[in-house]
Design a protein around this ligand. Structure first.
Ligand SMILES: [Zn+2]
Ligand SMILES: [Zn+2]
Length: 385
């Protein structure tokens, strides 16, 4: 079938909305009509060539929600009409990482994700001239429809607004998992969240739900800091106005119990290290450009400080996306406030510009307005000026 999609033809080139051919789902795959897609910094990283060469032409978009339209042979548990959120690491349940309970690091999924193919090494997307188009982490939801592995389509409770559910499969599961599974924040502990964009806002909410005592939000944008406060941050540090390191240490003398970095920049990763108390660990979620390195004072290792990454929530993403979706449907997890902009396929490039500038929280591209159930874009943007 023919679909409209936002295509990245090469690094540093703007996305081009054009008509592509999408093949039907093969064994173990499903066809999803996309309702809405979140725009994430990882999309920009790939578009800027920061994740390596040769991954284009491609259709980006790895966070979104839609409705199943067709299922391929051998698919159980999904039928046409099911609302789903995308999971960009479909676990194989057979590799060493999956067997060890680290399905977010599934080796099988990782290999295909880097190659930009489906699990059998081929693509379902083609340019008008027949050339293959790579998938982005199996999802490629900056498009009217996509074909994904069945494990990448997580069923959602009926009635959950899909423009909000769109955030489940990256920002929400990554942010909540970093706090719960990687940091394991305990009651009353202090947390510093560095970078209050799409994922940082979810980390603030997760820290609040985990019962953190002090939650210090750090960003360069006062509007994002105001949102972080509304979502549970007890303190805000504007890094555009003051040096954030002494500011955080003034608020939490001796250092914080947990620092969570959601920028992917060597300077902010170092900041996460520097704000720690002895014995604490910094969790890095932000994706740094390939080749970037971080140096820490080796002597401080004696104080048992740690630095670790957290990828895709450090847990069982398909299970957690389903649970987080249930919390949203029950009104116990607010997500709409973290959406600063609504746009459409043509507006994703402008959302990339906002991410490069660090302005706004999450942009959601509404691909099918009726399915997404979204408000008018002006209603959302008004709060952000
Ligand atoms: Zn993402
Ligand atoms: Zn696996």
């Amino acid at each position: 079938m023919e679909i409209r999609a936002a295509v990245l033809h090469e690094a540093h080139a703007p996305l081009r909305v054009e008509t592509l051919t999408l093949d039907p789902p093969r064994a173990g795959e499903v066809l999803v009509r996309v309702a809405a897609a979140g725009v994430c910094h990882s999309d920009v990283r790939l578009a800027d060539g920061d994740l390596g060469d040769g991954r284009w032409p491609t259709v980006l978009g790895h966070e979104g929600a839609g409705v199943v339209e067709a299922v391929g042979p051998g698919v159980d548990g999904l039928v046409p009409g099911d609302p789903v959120a995308f999971c960009f690491v479909p676990p194989c349940r057979a590799c060493g990482q999956c067997a060890a309970g680290r399905s977010n690091l599934c080796e099988t999924a990782s290999a295909s994700a880097w190659a930009g193919t489906m699990l059998n090494g081929t693509t379902r997307l083609h340019l008008a001239d027949g050339r293959p188009v790579r998938h982005f982490n199996f999802v490629s939801c900056f498009a009217e429809r996509c074909v994904v592995p069945a494990a990448s389509a997580v069923p959602l409770p009926a009635g959950l607004p899909l423009w909000q559910a769109a955030l489940l499969g990256c920002a929400v599961v990554t942010g909540f998992g970093a706090v719960r599974n990687a940091a394991r924040v305990a009651l009353g502990e202090s947390v510093c969240v560095i970078g209050c964009g799409g994922i940082g806002q979810q980390m603030v909410a997760a820290a609040r739900m985990a019962g953190a005592g002090r939650i210090v939000a750090v960003d360069r944008d006062p509007a994002k800091l105001a949102l972080a406060r509304a979502r549970g941050a007890t303190d805000a540090v504007d890094a555009s106005a003051e040096d954030p390191l002494p500011a955080v240490l003034r608020l939490v003398p001796g250092g914080v119990d947990h620092a969570l970095e959601a920028v992917g920049n060597p300077a902010t990763i170092r900041l996460a290290w520097d704000v720690l108390r002895p014995g604490a660990t910094a969790i890095v979620v932000g994706i740094a450009p390939r080749g970037a390195t971080v140096a820490v004072p080796a002597l401080e290792l004696l104080s048992e400080k740690g630095l670790r990454g957290s990828y895709y929530g450090s847990g069982n993403a398909t299970v957690e996306i389903a649970r987080l979706g249930r919390l949203m449907a029950d009104g116990r997890l607010e997500v709409a406030d973290a959406v600063s902009h609504l746009t459409d396929l043509d507006g994703i490039e402008a959302a990339f510009g906002r991410l490069r500038r660090g302005s706004g929280a999450r942009t959601v591209a509404v691909i099918d307005a009726a399915l997404a159930g979204a408000p008018e874009p002006a209603q959302v943007a008004a709060a952000w000026g």
